[in-house]
Write a protein that binds this ligand. Structure first.
Ligand code: IPM
Ligand code: MG
Length: 340
């Protein structure tokens, strides 16, 4: 029995996690679930957004299933999601953007973005100077770049992808992004020779444009933290919206799975949130736990449900709320499981 730490969070986080657990339950998996509270609710109860107990539970489990958290109006707030990424050294953020039905996608996209998840501008190193200007520091290390580049090429090999594009801003950030690009091509030569994986590179502003205009030129993207954050939301926009985008935060010893959307307090508790991103994140978790057949049942069933317009979620103009969609998906999974 493997142990999953469940962090529903708040806003739509708890709704999409309820739906996801409902789906996992009907797959009859050798998993046990333990819930923990982080974020504003934890701060109100325990005086910390992420308690030591919550962190140690997360690090004791085989994987973490995470919903979403609302950012409070508190100058000292550091997102527990970022704290988990740093403390558990989840250096690689895997963000697939796959179109499930061309009828509601702007592009029939099948792209995977590999985002560096531990460095960049996310360190919170901001300080105010005497004249009121604010300086923000950004860390890009050779080791950090090399491990995300290797992760991306290894992912390409094990998932039969054809090309990895390095996305950067080396024309301006010449030392940091310049090093990232140089290391990328240093590795790309070997992966081209031994594994036939192609490679190229693109400035991040141009990549944002090509993602709209000609997304087919990309197969996989490897990029630095903030660029990956922004481009993955853009890619989600091409496949129906943020509700469709899952992610995996992977480290050497731990892994956390979460939809890429936020807590969307404006639509919380109205039974309208799309749980697909969260459910597909759980499928990525099953792949990570070597339950690839069960993961495939989820991917195939989600696709099958979206092939029927009557089962579409509200964010793409359908009629199904969170619960009704979950109910349709559960039926589909039971049917597929019976036929396998
Ligand atoms: C994401 C989110 C986070 C990020 C926030 C909530 C800190 O936008 O996972 O994409 O910027 O990484
Ligand atoms: Mg984001």
């Amino acid at each position: 029995m493997q142990k999953i730490c469940v962090v529903p969070g708040d806003g739509v986080g708890s709704e999409v996690i309820d739906s996801t657990l409902n789906i996992l339950e009907c797959l009859d998996l050798p998993l046990s679930f333990e819930r923990t509270v982080v974020g504003i609710e934890s701060f109100e109860k325990n005086g910390a957004y992420l308690t030591d107990d919550a962190l140690s539970l997360a690090s004791d489990c085989d994987a973490i299933l995470f919903g979403a958290l609302t950012t409070p109006n508190d100058r000292n707030y550091v997102s527990p999601l970022l704290l988990l990424r740093w403390n558990l050294e989840l250096f690689a953020n895997v963000r697939p953007a796959k179109c499930l039905n061309p009828e509601f996608c702007l592009s029939p996209l099948d792209l995977v973005i590999i985002r560096e998840n531990s460095e960049g501008i996310y360190g919170g190193m901001e300080r105010e100077l005497d004249d009121g200007k604010i300086v923000t520091e950004r860390i890009v290390s050779e080791a950090g770049c090399q491990r995300i580049i290797d992760f991306a090429f290894k992912y390409a090999i094990s998932n039969s992808r054809k090309k990895v594009s390095c996305v950067h801003k080396a024309n301006v950030l010449r030392a940091s992004d310049g090093m990232f690009k140089k290391l990328f091509y240093g590795s790309a030569v070997n992966y081209a020779f031994y594994n036939k994986i192609k490679s190229d590179d693109c400035l991040v502003d141009a990549a944002a444009m090509y993602l709209c205009k000609e997304p087919d030129i990309f197969d996989m993207i490897v990029t630095l933290n903030l660029y990956g954050d922004i481009l993955s939301d853009e890619a989600a926009g091409l496949i129906g919206g943020l509700g469709f985008a899952p992610s995996a935060n992977i480290g050497e010893e731990h892994a956390l799975f979460e939809p890429i959307h936020g807590s969307a307090p404006d639509i919380a508790n109205k039974d309208v949130a799309n749980p697909t991103g969260s459910i597909l994140s759980a499928a990525m978790m099953l792949e990570y736990l070597d339950m690839t057949n069960k993961a495939a049942v989820i991917w195939d069933s989600v696709k099958a449900v979206y092939s029927d317009k009557n089962k579409w979620t509200k964010d793409i103009g359908g009629n199904c709320g969170t619960e009704e969609f979950t109910w349709h998906l559960r039926n589909e999974i039971n049917q597929q499981a019976a036929n396998r």
